[in-house]
Design a protein around this ligand. Structure first.
Ligand SMILES: Cc1cc2nc3c(=O)[nH]c(=O)nc-3n(C[C@H](O)[C@H](O)[C@H](O)COP(=O)(O)OP(=O)(O)OC[C@H]3O[C@@H](n4cnc5c(N)ncnc54)[C@H](O)[C@@H]3O)c2cc1C
Length: 464
């Protein structure tokens, strides 16, 4: 078997793990599990290739607050390979301090970041490289990729080869059914567009992993089973909360001054990159504990700007100018959330509604970090930082990074999954993807998603 076309052909007894979704989280997990001889079934709404009708029918959303205009829907691609079929491929690991609110630390994830780099065919140096910049700041670039990996292409073998991974395309998991004690998932309902539906009962040893994207994981857990008003895993009303993006404020500041402000160059094996500076641990703590990535984009001197002309003269031509693009962490808030809308997708799952605002607790630390950078260059008389207030308080754009809707934590009252990505109180239900992020840092999420999936594979096989 490889690709299964109908739910009626599924022999569930063949599988140890059922995975909902075939994006980077689902494919990486299946890759790692199959390498350990664990049999998996991936269930995926989409087909092999993008289909606009499927996309529209399954992801339409009622969007309020920042990141409107179907932002979240357009960043949740329903196809084999999931959203990786359109992603940009930028990668960086989270920083040590980004894990302060998580029940795991960077050291728990370090070996898995290397596995993630291997899976993405990137040099492991992307996980370790950073360099000093000015006092209080460090240089930590994002790895960029021309021709980013499309998981639907990379893992075509799942569709064609008789291995340990089978794939059921064009099929939506439309319901999770708990046992009476709500201590495990006893069955799942699968739905196909021709109306075929089948309820699969899980055996004691089988595990169910939701890898349906930041929206899809919440959608499945918010949707109450028949004769209940509470979704599986949502017993403490935490599912859907802490929705986060990475607010992007493009050209929101400028750094001008002496050439020594030029960012360093990473080693050649790092590959293509975006030059970012970040606050070090001390500045991060002083400015409100929010990760703010500042991309330096070199530009010409603005000759009509009197300060820039003055500085260029003063430094006798030893002068550089950069625009700063900010890509920031967003403060996790329980009020930024995804909830169920009254309308339904073709499988019968309720569609979603979002409310998400980047508030002053996100924007103020960005001002503070930029001001700290300004103070640092001014006190050394090596340059100036200009902050464009209007850009920083305007509607931010985002990276298509949907994080935080099934947050990881040790307290079930304020989180959904534990340190092993297992849903609190459920013995056989796990979540893979950026919905488990407790905080988002400022790094693009997918390298971390893959690292967490690799760690989950070890956990499920008793290796971690
Ligand atoms: C334009 C764009 C650019 C991006 N660039 C970057 C970047 O440069 N770097 C980076 O790190 N990230 C980037 N991202 C984000 C990145 O694509 C996501 O982080 C990543 O794809 C998430 O992986 P995932 O497997 O968790 O979810 P997804 O890739 O969204 O996959 C989820 C899959 O689950 C399926 N599914 C959902 N619900 C169900 C259900 N009920 N039943 C069956 N199947 C279901 C969906 O159809 C989908 O195929 C970008 C995103 C976009 C849109």
């Amino acid at each position: 078997m490889a690709q299964i076309s109908s739910v009626s052909d599924v022999d569930i007894s063949r599988y140890d793990v059922l995975i909902v979704g075939s994006g980077p989280a689902g494919c990486s997990l299946a890759d790692r599990l199959s390498a350990k001889d664990v049999a998996c079934l991936i269930i995926e709404t989409g087909r092999d290739g993008y289909n606009q009708d499927i996309q529209t029918a399954y992801t339409a959303m009622d969007t309020r607050g920042h990141f409107g205009n179907q932002h979240w829907a357009q960043h949740w691609i329903r196809a084999f390979g999931g959203t990786s079929m359109v992603w940009g491929g930028w990668c960086a690991p989270l920083d040590e301090q980004d894990f302060d609110a998580w029940p795991i630390s960077l050291s728990d994830l370090r070996p898995y970041y290397d596995t993630a780099a291997d899976l993405l065919k990137l040099d492991r140096v992307i996980n370790s490289y950073e360099a000093d910049y000015l006092p209080g700041f460090k240089f930590k670039p994002f790895r960029t990729v021309i021709g980013a990996m499309r998981f639907g292409e990379e893992y075509q073998s799942f569709l064609t080869d008789a291995g340990r991974v089978d794939v059921l395309l064009g099929t939506t998991v439309s319901g999770l059914h708990p046992n009476v004690a709500r201590s495990s998932v006893s069955a799942v309902t699968l739905h196909q567009p021709d109306g075929t539906e089948r309820r699969l009962t899980l055996a004691e040893h089988q595990r169910l992993v939701l890898a349906a994207g930041g929206m899809g994981n919440a959608q499945l857990m918010l949707n109450p089973p028949p004769s209940s008003d509470t979704g599986v895993g949502n017993e403490t009303d935490q599912v859907g909360r802490y929705l986060m993006e990475h607010p992007h404020y493009i050209q929101t500041a400028a750094l001008v001054g002496r050439r020594r402000l030029a960012p360093p160059a990473p080693p050649s094996n790092f590959g293509e990159f975006v030059p970012n500076i970040l606050a070090d641990r001390t500045t991060y703590t002083k400015t409100g504990k929010l990760s703010v990535a500042m991309e330096l984009v070199e530009r010409e001197m603005n000759r009509v700007d009197r300060v820039e002309r003055f500085l260029s003269d003063k430094y006798q031509g030893d002068f550089v100018a950069y625009n700063i693009n900010v890509r920031s962490e967003m403060r996790a808030s329980p009020d930024n959330r995804v909830t169920l809308a009254p309308s339904r997708d073709p499988s019968g799952l309720p569609l979603l509604k979002t409310m998400c605002m980047a508030g002053s607790d996100t924007v103020r630390p960005i001002f503070d970090v930029l001001e700290e950078l300004g103070k640092t260059v001014l006190s050394r008389d090596i340059g100036r930082v200009f902050i464009h207030n209007d850009t920083l308080v305007s509607n931010p754009s985002g990276g298509g990074h949907t994080m935080g809707t099934t947050a990881m934590g040790s307290d079930p009252r304020v989180s959904v999954v534990d340190a092993n990505c297992k849903v609190h109180r459920y013995s056989n239900l796990y979540v893979a993807g950026s919905s488990v992020f407790t905080s988002g840092g400022s790094a693009n999420p997918t390298l971390t998603i893959i690292a967490l999936a690799a760690r989950l594979a070890d956990h499920l096989t008793g290796a971690a």
